[in-house]
Design a binder for this molecule. Structure first.
Ligand SMILES: [Zn+2]
Length: 396
């Protein structure tokens, strides 16, 4: 399989199979415009959930200490009504939200059994959200049980049928994330496909040789972050000045996250609008950092550049970029093995072909190209091959 040398990519005119109709669930994040009393109520709900979380964790720990027995999510759930009777202020909280807390604890335990850290006690800093089970959406409001209508700041309309929501307290205010079922969109395939290679020197490079530069202002923010961190370290923990600086720092983190998100949204929208299908490497980012050695064989000198602080920032960007693209267009993930060593013209594989970080010269046909564009072309041909394969399967 795969495109032959010189085989131009043809626009896709065949019917698109359902496997590629991707956007099924979409999450909308909107800022809430709350009244003082609504804000207090939601804040106290989050507090109540925090209490339930810690109580449940305590029960689980004690039971294990004394009886060497675990307590299941459902056993804990059965104790909730009694707790609500005992603590009157807990009655105000929607029961579904409380049940969800136990589910969260269960997930934390599951991740612990898989080798993650032991579940932490919930505090104001790490526990800042609440799940809402039954919600209704209108144009500028959302309706949640017990509280009623919450106003939203003006934003694009929410499309689809809402399933669940999560209200999060962030440094800049309260936000709601609403998960909606989307009506699958059938794409009419007239646009072309493109291959993307994610890089360090450039954010990404497509198979047509177009570069998306890396935003420089991440560096500026990094500097601000360093200064703010240093300033915090100099203050006495728990003092007024420390608290003020800690708030400032958390706002800064928030701003940086937003700047990055904005950048990712803009770039992914541009690519999604121009292309019917996007082929990307299936990078398991978590594994990537673990298997730096295996990676070194593939990327050569690239690895040195991929380490450090810069890398942690970009890694998160890559993952999110793929997710954003996935709900904006059709994305095909391909095996990233040897994409930087294979010649996109003749298909010859040789590690020697890669002369430097940016140069590629095939040792077999002496085809010369930018190394990243070459990789992007390989990703494209792998993606199109995979697409045709899957389509043949689905339409057989
Ligand atoms: Zn070649």
């Amino acid at each position: 399989m795969g495109l032959q040398a010189g085989d131009e990519w043809q626009p896709l005119t065949m019917p698109i199979c359902d496997t590629f109709v991707h956007p099924m669930i979409r999450t909308y994040k909107r800022k809430l415009k709350l009244t003082k009393s609504q804000e207090q109520r939601i804040s106290s709900w989050i507090g109540a959930c925090r209490v339930v979380y810690n109580l449940a964790l305590e029960i689980k720990i004690e039971s294990w200490k004394k009886l060497q027995k675990g307590v299941s999510q459902y056993d804990l759930q059965a104790q909730l009504p009694a707790l609500r009777e005992e603590l009157a202020w807990m009655k105000d909280v929607d029961s579904q939200s409380l049940q969800n807390v136990l589910k969260r604890l269960d997930l934390a335990y599951k991740s612990f059994f898989k080798g993650g850290g032991f579940p932490k006690w919930a505090n104001k800093r790490n526990f800042r959200s609440i799940h809402i089970q039954r919600i209704k959406c209108c144009e500028h409001t959302v309706n949640i049980p017990k509280i009623g209508d919450l106003k939203l700041f003006k934003d694009s309309p929410i499309v689809g049928h809402p399933r669940t929501a999560k209200i999060i307290k962030e440094p800049t205010g309260y936000f709601i994330c609403i998960q909606c079922d989307q009506v699958p969109v059938k794409f009419v395939s007239e646009n072309q496909a493109i291959g993307l290679d994610m890089g360090i020197a450039h954010f990404c490079i497509d198979s047509n040789g177009k570069f998306v530069p890396n935003k420089k202002h991440f560096k500026t923010h990094e500097r601000h972050l360093r200064i703010a961190n240093r300033s915090l370290a100099r203050k006495k923990k728990g003092s007024n000045r420390w608290t003020r600086q800690a708030k400032k720092l958390s706002r800064l983190h928030h701003t940086i996250a937003n700047v990055r998100k904005d950048f990712l949204h803009q770039e992914s929208t541009k690519i999604a609008k121009a292309n019917f299908m996007v082929c990307m490497e299936d990078l398991k980012i978590k594994n990537m950092s673990k298997s730096a050695k295996g990676n070194a064989e593939e990327h050569g000198k690239n690895v040195a550049a991929k380490s450090g602080l810069n890398r942690s920032i970009l890694d998160c960007g890559w993952g999110n970029f793929g997710i954003l693209l996935e709900y904006k267009t059709n994305v095909i993930r391909v095996n990233p093995k040897y994409t930087s060593q294979i010649c996109s013209s003749c298909g010859h594989k040789d590690a020697q072909s890669r002369l430097s970080q940016s140069q590629f010269k095939c040792t077999s046909c002496s085809h010369t190209l930018n190394a990243d564009v070459n990789a992007a072309k390989n990703i494209l041909s792998r993606g199109t091959a995979l697409y045709r394969q899957r389509e043949a399967l689905a339409c057989a």
